[in-house]
Write a protein that binds this ligand. Structure first.
Ligand SMILES: Nc1ncnc2c1ncn2[C@@H]1O[C@H](COP(=O)(O)OP(=O)(O)OP(=O)(O)O)[C@@H](O)[C@H]1O
Length: 761
């Protein structure tokens, strides 16, 4: 015992030194920040922007140093050359640049996650340090000693004690990082190379989301130069999901990732409408490439007959032949429709000027040509006639017209049946839906913008930026401020901004045509073929991390196989990795979910649960009681109260969910809200009811709303009805695999196949 206490004390001393160093760095950085700010707003504009740039750098660094307070250090490696290496959230060095703490993402830390007895990678002992605040409360050692094993690795959870402790903690509404307990199969994916598209398939709770986020942090560390400039885009299924994960990257010291949903992918488009599954499926098909192309072409049209116009007393003819030739010439520019329009108009005006001159009977002087051209351009009839032949149009108007005007859709979409086209009918001012966004994006791509002004601005900015870069280099040279913290490019981008500074993330999020260095897609099985197309367009290097589970697909437009989803957009340029251990769901629950999914024929991945929890699955049959379900409802309420008492803490930790078929959610929600107050007391009831949705400890939700989320305990209501809902057995599979501790199934009807095996056992 004394030995262990001594060991704890020794580690405490190390941890104290590391926190002391962290405090010192915080003090120095804050001091520098204060100094820069004290200098006040005086000086030349150049001095001011230099100060702003340093201020922002120091602010970022302070934020990063503050974010790593919790579990700053969590591991130690003892190597066979007698060196000892501590592993933590960030790297720390002393004043002489000697390493004190190794960043978990550095190559030197890799063995902490990967070394096994069979492949020790020079590691003699791996130690997990458990800390609470700044105190060391526990140690867990693994001795990687070849003599101790018999030739093959045992099934191995690295740092099993620390892992199981972390898996058993009460959940809050926020996901936490797993940096201290990343498992070897996860680590290999996290550190996989940047290039190409990596698909991570894995059953529920295998850590796909966690791995995707840690990979984003890893890539930003390992390829900072490339990715800080171009940015990383993270695509999640919903805003509430993005809120659930939004603490993870900052806790890993990374803040510059743009997080979005497909619905929010287009700046300026708000998609609040909802499509039925059938409509979403039709809108998700790749055939929209051709439909949108035809719809754009339909706005480039030779009139049925020649058009006569009268300008300045001259009768001119907009001839069909001229229009045809001008259209052909404009198309040969291969520019988007709205940009190519300039060529069309120029060409037509030139021909009209020729007619004008012919009527005068003499050639025009150059200044007269310019004047006549302007007269023609501003003439109303000419404008109308040219617009009819080459119509300038926004993506929104183009797509709204397709939906609102049956003849336009019939002309553009011969691939769709008449019934499918009828399904798409909607008012021109109806709200956009998520499945409209990739179609609008396709239209924006083909239409382009009349961006001559924007291009001139871009040229001016590029010239300015070059000057800033040179200036930044000279600043770095003269102040020696680099120290590994900043390079000229970064500093220049800070100088660049006038007014509030725009980060890469902010600029990227407001620019439709921004291309990212890497894109991470979570719950990727839900994406339609058109959504894939819109995403891949944003990453010309095709560097993507795609995580999901094709057995959990609930969208009718989503994927049941990765090859079917990805081959059309990435061809064979993607590689597949699989995760097989469920870190969320207790074994009995995971097994039942697997059986049900198998019986329903879902494409399930193999899944082994990392832990057993006593009595984690309970099946409760309520007596059938007529259409209003009072008995079933009463049973659900009793269960919720019991589970709330057991799992919900007044400190905000511990979550219980009732997952019910969507049509039952409103009534059950009202019932649960009123029973909580009665059963748990006024104060506790009021506390729970006042919680914001994202932090709520007791919730009533449909299966779809639980996608990607987790709870300590789940009451699943009437699985047979869930399986009959729009998401079918996939939704049931999702609902069954949300709890970390217990699943209580309350049902009146017979349970779907797969449950029964368990009931009989
Ligand atoms: N190595 C690990 N150490 C500690 N916890 C882990 C580890 N891997 C995963 N977890 C935990 O397991 C739970 C499930 O992880 P995650 O949500 O990433 O799974 P998922 O595969 O995305 O699930 P789903 O398919 O349901 O969306 C989370 O609480 C996560 O923190």
């Amino acid at each position: 015992m004394a030995g262990r206490q001594d060991e704890l004390a020794r580690e405490q001393a190390v941890v104290d030194r590391l926190y002391a160093r962290l405090d010192e760095l915080r003090r120095t950085t804050r001091g520098r920040l204060a100094e820069v700010r004290r200098a006040g707003p005086s000086g030349s504009p150049q001095n001011r922007s230099e100060r702003d740039a340093f201020a922002t750098l120091y602010e970022d660094r302070v934020a990063q140093l503050d974010a790593v307070e919790d579990r700053l250090v969590f591991g130690r490696l003892d190597l066979d050359d007698d060196t000892v290496r501590y592993v933590g959230r960030i790297g720390l060095t002393d004043d002489e640049h000697r390493s004190l703490l190794t960043d978990w993402r550095a190559p030197a830390a890799q063995a902490f996650y990967r070394a096994t007895a069979l492949h020790p990678a020079g590691v003699v002992r791996r130690r997990h340090l458990v800390t609470s605040g700044r105190s060391v409360t526990g140690l867990e050692d693994e001795v990687l000693d070849l003599d101790a094993i018999d030739g093959h690795d045992t099934t191995h959870l690295s740092g099993e004690g620390a892992l199981l402790a972390s898996l058993a903690t009460r959940r809050t509404g926020r996901m936490t990082d797993i940096v201290a307990t990343i498992q070897a199969e996860q680590d290999r994916i996290i550190r996989s190379e940047l290039g190409g598209a990596l698909v991570v398939q894995g059953g529920p709770g295998t850590g796909k989301t966690a791995v995707a986020l840690h990979r984003a942090a890893y890539l930003l560390y390992a390829h900072r130069k490339v990715l800080e400039r171009s940015g990383v885009l993270l695509v999640g299924p919903s805003r509430s999901f993005l809120r659930y994960i939004d603490q993870v990257l900052p806790s890993l010291g990374e803040t510059g990732v743009v997080a979005t949903t497909i619905a929010e992918l287009l700046p300026g488009v708000v998609a609040t409408g909802v499509d039925t599954g059938t409509v979403a499926e039709v809108k998700g098909r790749l055939v929209w490439r051709s439909i949108v192309r035809r719809a754009v072409r339909a706005r480039e049209r030779v009139p049925a007959q020649d058009v006569r116009v009268r300008v300045d007393g001259h009768d001119l003819v907009i001839r069909r032949r001229d229009v045809r030739e001008a259209i052909a010439r404009a198309r040969r520019t291969h520019k988007p429709h709205n940009e190519a329009r300039a060529t069309f108009v120029r060409e037509m005006l030139a021909r009209l000027v020729d007619q004008y001159a012919e009527q005068l009977g003499s050639a025009l002087a150059p200044e007269d040509v310019a004047m006549v051209t302007e007269d023609l351009r501003s003439d109303r009839d000419v404008r109308v006639a040219l617009n009819l032949a080459w119509f300038p149009i926004t993506p929104e108007k183009l797509v709204a017209d397709l939906y609102a005007k049956p003849h336009r859709l019939a002309e553009a979409a011969p691939e769709l049946t008449a019934a499918e086209r009828r399904l798409l009918r909607r008012d021109p001012d109806a709200p956009w839906t998520e499945s409209d966004v990739p179609i609008l994006d396709e239209a924006a791509e083909l239409l382009g913008e009349d961006d001559s002004l924007a291009r001139a601005e871009a040229r001016a900015r590029a010239a300015e930026r070059q000057a800033e870069l040179e200036y930044a280099r000279s600043v770095l040279e003269s102040t020696g401020a680099g120290g590994g913290l900043v390079d000229a490019e970064t500093l220049a981008s800070r100088f660049e901004a006038t007014g509030p500074r725009l980060t890469t993330a902010e600029r990227a999020a407001t620019d439709r045509s921004w291309t990212y260095g890497h894109v991470v897609v979570d719950e990727a099985q839900e994406l339609s073929p058109m959504a894939w197309r819109a995403l891949v367009r944003r990453v010309p290097t095709r560097s993507l991390t795609i995580v999901g589970d094709v057995a959990q697909t609930s969208s009718a437009a989503g994927a049941r196989s990765w090859a079917a989803a990805l081959d059309p957009v990435l061809r064979d340029g993607w590689r597949l990795e699989e995760l097989t251990v469920s870190y969320r769901t207790p074994a009995a629950v995971a097994d039942a979910a697997q059986r049900v999914a198998h019986a329903a024929g879902l494409p399930v991945s193999p899944l082994t649960a990392a832990r057993h929890v006593e009595d984690s699955l309970e099946l409760v049959r309520a007596t059938p009681s007529g259409p209003t379900h009072p008995v079933l409802e009463q049973e659900v309420l009793d269960q919720v109260v019991g589970l709330a008492r057991e799992f919900v803490g007044s400190d905000g930790a511990g979550r219980v969910a009732v997952v019910a078929p969507a049509e039952r959610v409103p009534a059950l929600r009202r019932a649960v809200e009123s029973v909580l107050q009665d059963a748990l007391g006024r104060a506790e009831g009021a506390r729970l009811l006042a919680q914001r949705p994202e932090d709520a400890q007791v919730v009533v939700v449909s299966p779809r709303e639980t996608k990607g989320l987790e709870y300590d305990a789940v009451v699943l209501v009437e699985p047979a009805a869930v399986a009959e809902g729009p998401g079918g057995f996939s939704d049931l599979y999702v609902a069954m695999t949300r709890p970390t501790q217990r699943l209580v199934v309350v049902h009146e009807r017979a349970l779907p196949e797969g449950f029964a095996e368990r009931a009989a056992a």
